[in-house]
Design a protein around this ligand. Structure first.
Ligand code: UD2
Length: 312
């Protein structure tokens, strides 16, 4: 295998893709990350196998030479948070939209083979029916959801107009080891697991009956590698989920069981821009990309909890 670039490669999902590439025998892996939300520690096991470049996707001149000639660019760099895009919309807009444009432009001008783009299930917004299928009209409810959708549209346009190969994967609430629980903008499961280990009550926004198709990070990384080599998929978008649906109340119950504790959650007001229910139809990803998620929610949570325990 040849030359790969992972933007956001020091992040939670990006670093898992880097490990998967290293495992598959990739010869050259360039990681681009500005370390805004990523951590070099996430790359510890593969440090000797990669070329780490601290660079910012907002700066075309910085990233263009790093992307030139890549066989595949996995574009994971983003500010991935609905509430952060509401509290502080400018960096979110600049990284998620302008940064994505820069990556696509650099890939096209540098004759990269393909861009696999980290899109988001948030683009669907609230749909009348579940599961959510790729043909449903998007209905973004937050700046973040809109920004991720614009990135997807840009991928389609770069494919259609300039012939750059692109595949967009709409991630459905990815969780797993290395997800950073330390910010108020962190993914809910990382916050739940940290609360459990520290014997604290989590705060659930709303009634806790909102649901998510939580997807284990290793399954997402594997799908990325499949999307990198699948035939006849350029310009397309696919759901990257599990096909299931878990409410936050159910998730906190499982966390308590796994940790052997009993702590009632606190409930707060619902969060602005929140989607109520989320569940992926994975038919197209299975058919066209060979998507085959391996981790049940319980198994994924066991592994994640184990990782957080070891970090302490
Ligand atoms: C969105 C996308 C997801 C991904 C992610 C990136 C949807 C359905 N999903 O995730 O695919 O792109 O953005 O970050 O749009 N919550 C609490 N307590 C907390 C933290 C969160 O109750 O301490 C709730 C939150 O209000 C929401 C749920 O947990 O209802 C999940 O929140 P999240 O921030 O983990 O992810 P979400 O769904 O915004």
């Amino acid at each position: 295998m040849s030359h790969y670039v992972v933007t956001g490669g020091a992040g939670f999902i990006g670093s898992q893709i880097v490990r998967a590439l290293a495992c598959a025998g990739a010869r050259k892996i360039v990681v681009i990350d500005n370390l805004l939300t990523g951590h070099e520690a996430n790359l510890e096991e593969v440090r000797a196998r990669i070329d780490f470049q601290r660079a910012d996707i907002r700066c075309y001149e910085e990233i263009a030479p790093l992307i030139r000639g890549a066989a595949v660019v996995f574009h994971e760099a983003a500010i991935p948070s609905v509430p952060r895009s509401i509290d502080d919309p400018v960096p979110s807009h600049e990284i998620n939209i302008d940064g994505t444009f820069n990556v696509l432009r650099a890939a096209r001008e540098g004759r990269a083979g393909r861009v696999v783009y980290a899109a988001s299930s948030s683009a669907y917004g609230d749909t009348e029916v579940l599961p959510k299928v790729e043909c449903m009209p998007p209905n973004p409810k937050s700046p973040y959801a809109l920004q991720k959708l614009v990135g997807e549209y840009y991928c389609g346009v770069f494919a259609g107009v300039w012939g750059l190969q692109t595949v967009a994967l709409r991630y459905f609430n990815v969780y797993g080891p290395r997800q950073d629980p330390s910010s108020p903008y962190s993914g809910v499961l990382s916050i739940f697991l940290r609360c459990a280990i520290e014997r604290r009550a989590p705060v659930i926004f709303g009634d806790g009956e909102q649901s998510r198709d939580f997807t284990f990070v290793e399954d997402v990384a594997e799908l990325n590698l499949k999307a990198a080599s699948a035939k006849n998929v350029s310009g397309r978008m696919y759901n990257a989920g599990n096909g299931g649906r878990i409410t936050l109340n159910q998730a906190w119950r499982l966390v308590q069981e796994l940790e052997g504790i009993s702590i009632a959650p606190e409930y707060g007001p619902p969060r602005a821009g929140d989607v109520r229910d989320s569940q992926a139809d994975v038919t197209a990803a299975v058919r066209d990309l060979g998507h085959a998620p391996r981790f049940s929610f319980e198994e994924g949570m066991r592994r994640t909890l184990e990782w957080y325990r070891q970090q302490r």
